[in-house]
Design a protein around this ligand. Structure first.
Ligand SMILES: Cc1cc2nc3c(=O)[nH]c(=O)nc-3n(C[C@H](O)[C@H](O)[C@H](O)COP(=O)(O)O)c2cc1C
Length: 182
């Protein structure tokens, strides 16, 4: 199963990078084929004809090949970052009938849960299947040491149901896509 991890903010000094690297490393240990997709590498100035842009072409192969997705994103004013939405909007049918697992990151105590709820609605419009399980990183400024290692070891167990559910949907939907040619 190829499940890339999308890092949803390009902000200078972003704390979400620690969370995304942690999730990416654990996803690989879980057995997913994975890579980190950084929104910084897919930035566009505006939304004019972006589906025909070289940036969209650059992203297309990875999204087409994926069996599912993980998005690690901070919460900005209770929503997802604009650059994440602009990157997702570069493509459409390539996301279809594939599961999405969301990891929320926040400086406050809620862990990005409000962002995750909004992102699920966007995912449905892209014909993705957002899963119920999620991972939250509240008060992220306290969660990682200066080397980017997670300090709260409970996360190693906490993420397992998230990966398991994502794998279940990825397998089931792959069979369904192949048998129905979608
Ligand atoms: C524009 C902006 C809006 C933010 N809004 C929220 C918010 O609604 N809730 C929250 O808990 N933290 C909010 N934060 C704090 C971020 O969650 C915090 O910066 C955290 O470190 C994760 O984001 P980062 O990856 O950009 O560092 C906001 C940060 C920015 C830059």
């Amino acid at each position: 199963m190829y499940i890339p991890v999308i890092l949803g903010t390009a902000r200078e000094g972003r704390q979400s990078e620690n969370a995304a690297k942690f999730i990416h490393a654990e996803a690989a240990k879980f057995g997913f084929q994975t890579e980190l997709i950084d929104v910084r590498d897919y930035r566009i100035p505006a939304t004019d004809n972006t589906q025909q842009s070289p940036t969209a072409k650059k992203l297309e192969e990875k999204i087409s090949r994926a069996d599912g997705f993980i998005i690690v994103s901070p919460e900005y004013n209770h929503g997802y970052p604009g650059e994440l939405k602009m990157m997702l909007d570069l493509l459409y049918q390539q996301y279809a009938y594939k599961p999405l697992g969301i990891c929320g990151v926040s400086g406050g105590p809620i862990g990005g849960a409000r962002m995750a709820e909004q992102l699920r609605e966007v995912a449905v419009e892209l014909h993705m299947v957002p899963i119920r399980e999620a991972v939250y990183f509240p008060l992220v400024q306290n969660l990682f040491d200066e080397k980017g290692n997670i300090k709260d070891k409970a996360y190693y167990e906490r993420i397992k149901p998230f990966f398991s559910e994502l794998e279940w949907y990825a397998r089931a939907l792959k069979v369904a896509r192949e048998s129905t040619k979608r």
